[in-house]
Design a protein around this ligand. Structure first.
Ligand code: ZN
Length: 320
């Protein structure tokens, strides 16, 4: 676990203070928050974040949010990283429909998707998350977010809700966040909200994930939702091509790691690997060294559980 903290800590250091609500009384505009509202299908919207990471201003959203409107209620997805941005998501939903929000879903526990939960709890809206999300948020996110507000409704397995005549399905998949990843699917519109199982045109955050599980998940998603409109956790709306590109990135990472293994490359040398040209235009370039380090641990060394990672990091004298 300590080793996971170390990797999370790298990101946490870059984001100190972002989760704190520095402008609680002020609702930013979508534009000021770096968000654009995009209709994915009739009554289904994405709030698409365009910032690089880390953002220059705590009022700029890092991840994408979702709004699903039925004829009897609304579900919103991922209320960003602080209360003001969470309020912005709820307020945006209110500008689109008179229907009330019934549920707020966290696609996983990472702070940029859950730090806005206090906006939901202030309105007594139930917040849903998966598996160990409470434990993870209360131990890990609380380091940087004094207002950490974990979901109080825990999904273990499949979950569905009807918003009048529109069904919303929640399903569990793994690979990005150590057992809290879920996806949100709207069958009538063939729209899939993937959380951080999909980064599009961004270097993915791999440091809390499991590369080979993630590869398998992406293959499954391609088969299960071949024609869906995809809302990634980060980056523009896409289709199956977006899954292919992330899978290609993870496959490239795996190939690098196997090459290091075959050639006896040290961790230090591996971590200095330059980013391949094909990914040079992606945002979140600062996350690439974390991807290299994770690939070295999980694939080159074959140490893909937390205990083994801890032993590795201690051996490398990497301090948490
Ligand atoms: Zn994430």
């Amino acid at each position: 676990m300590l080793a996971l903290f170390t990797l999370v800590g790298i990101v946490s250091l870059q984001t100190q203070g972002l989760a704190q609500d520095s402008a609680e009384s002020t609702l930013p505009t979508l534009e000021a928050a770096g968000l654009s509202l995009e209709e994915l299908a009739d009554g289904i919207y994405g709030l698409i974040a365009s910032t690089d990471f880390p953002p220059q201003d705590p009022m700029v959203a890092i991840c994408n949010g979702g709004i699903i409107i039925g004829n009897d209620g609304v579900v919103v997805v991922d209320p960003f990283h602080n209360k003001a941005l969470g309020n912005l998501l709820l307020q945006t939903a209110a500008t689109l429909t008179d229907q009330p929000v019934r549920y707020v879903i966290n696609t996983h526990y990472h702070f940029d998707h859950t730090g806005g939960n206090p906006a939901a709890s202030a309105q007594n809206l139930p917040i849903l998350g998966r598996g160990p999300i409470r434990e993870f948020m209360l131990t890990r996110n609380s380091e940087t977010d004094p207002q950490v507000t974990p979901p109080e409704v825990i999904i273990n397995g499949a979950w569905e809700v009807w918003l009048g005549d529109r069904q919303v399905q929640v399903r569990e998949f793994d690979g990005h966040s150590g057992g809290t990843d879920l996806i949100v699917y709207i069958p009538d519109a063939d729209v899939l909200m993937l959380g951080d199982l999909l980064f599009n045109q961004r270097i993915p955050y791999v440091g809390d994930g499991h590369i080979r599980t993630w590869q398998a998940t992406l293959q499954e998603l391609k088969v299960a939702y071949p024609t869906a409109t995809l809302l990634p956790g980060h980056g523009p709306v896409t289709s199956e091509q977006g899954i292919e590109t992330l899978l290609g990135f993870l496959n490239d990472l795996e190939a690098l790691a196997l090459g290091w293994q075959a050639n006896g490359v040290t961790a230090e040398e591996a971590k200095a690997t330059p980013i391949p040209d094909v990914y040079k235009d992606f945002l979140f370039q600062g996350l690439f060294p974390i991807a290299l380090e994770t690939a070295y641990q999980q694939i080159t060394l074959g140490q893909d559980d937390a205990t083994a990672m801890q032993a590795y990091l201690q051996a490398q004298s990497v301090q948490p």
